[in-house]
Ligand binder design. Structure first.
Ligand SMILES: NC(=O)c1ccc[n+]([C@@H]2O[C@H](COP(=O)([O-])OP(=O)(O)OC[C@H]3O[C@@H](n4cnc5c(N)ncnc54)[C@H](OP(=O)(O)O)[C@@H]3O)[C@@H](O)[C@H]2O)c1
Length: 248
């Protein structure tokens, strides 16, 4: 393959649907070999792989629940076996849920912290053992970590944790030529907004001067820049892709 990412291997978590699927397709177009991680969306991940392979690229799909360190380690062992290297990690998998403070739900909290915080940490930890100069780690935060809304406390806290990990890892891994950044989407489709309760979509559309929500393709373009050689001096930052929308 030719392109800015030719010869590179990119792991995208949550590549079977939503933003992660579009990011996987986008980085493949820049020439990266793709590892399409999924937990439940096997069909979506296999579709991404088929399309990439059909156009001459390299890719495989792999099931791993990122909340399990054992499953993450097994995923990296398979990446070692099939591709022998890892250059780019996109920690895209994420889950959101909300509710009133008085209705706190311990199972839901553990799930949110597991997927949104422990998962990216496990993945980045394994990646850090293998990555070299020019490596790239992209974490996904949310506009909720910039402008928290009522009822989103735990999700917001998780995404603020992601920003903190990004800044710390950027300092640790920068010594080895690896950049670490956060992409911070506003409401985006396809993605988790597609199943939001009635009225939410219209609410968020009105918050942007563009009068719409973002597309996963627009978010993927930000990722494509950050993982490219052109972004070698961008690290430890949080890039908003939210169409100037301030939710409340
Ligand atoms: N869309 C938005 O409006 C928006 C706004 C701000 C931030 N974000 C952030 O953007 C990222 C992508 O969101 P999205 O909109 O694409 O969400 P989405 O459409 O709801 O997809 C969620 C993704 O996370 C994966 N996932 C969930 N639990 C997992 C687990 N335990 N192990 C591995 N993968 C798991 C899912 O994979 P399976 O289907 O295979 O389980 C799926 O691919 C998230 O970090 C989200 O917080 C999204």
């Amino acid at each position: 393959m030719t392109g800015a990412l030719a010869g590179k291997v990119a792991l995208i978590t949550g590549a079977g649907r939503g933003i992660g699927k579009v990011v996987a397709e986008r980085l493949a177009r820049d020439g990266a070999a793709i590892v399409a991680n999924y937990a439940a969306s096997a069909a979506g991940a296999e579709q991404v792989v088929s399309e990439i392979v059909a156009t001459g690229g390299k890719a495989f799909a792999i099931k791993a629940d990122i909340t399990s360190f054992d499953e993450v380690k097994a995923m990296f062992a398979e990446i070692d076996r099939q591709f022998g290297r890892i250059d780019i990690v996109i920690n895209c998998a994420g889950v959101s849920a909300g509710g009133a403070l008085a209705d706190v739900d311990e199972v839901q909290i553990d799930w949110l912290i597991g997927v949104n915080v422990k998962g990216p940490l496990f993945v980045a930890s394994e990646a850090s053992k293998r990555m070299g100069d020019g490596g790239r780690i992209i974490n996904f935060a949310s506009v909720m970590a910039e402008y928290p809304m009522a009822g989103t406390g735990i999700y917001t806290a998780c995404k603020m944790a992601v920003k903190g990990m990004t800044e710390s890892w950027a300092k640790e891994l920068g010594k080895r030529g690896i950049t670490v950044n956060t992409v911070t989407p506003g409401p985006t489709s396809p993605g988790m907004m597609d199943n939001c309760p009635p009225g939410y979509l219209e609410h968020f559309q009105q918050k942007s001067p563009f009068g719409r929500i973002g597309t996963a393709g627009e978010v993927a373009e930000v990722v494509a820049f950050l993982v490219s050689p052109a972004a070698s001096w961008v690290s430890g930052t949080h890039i908003l892709a939210h169409g100037a929308a301030i939710p409340d």
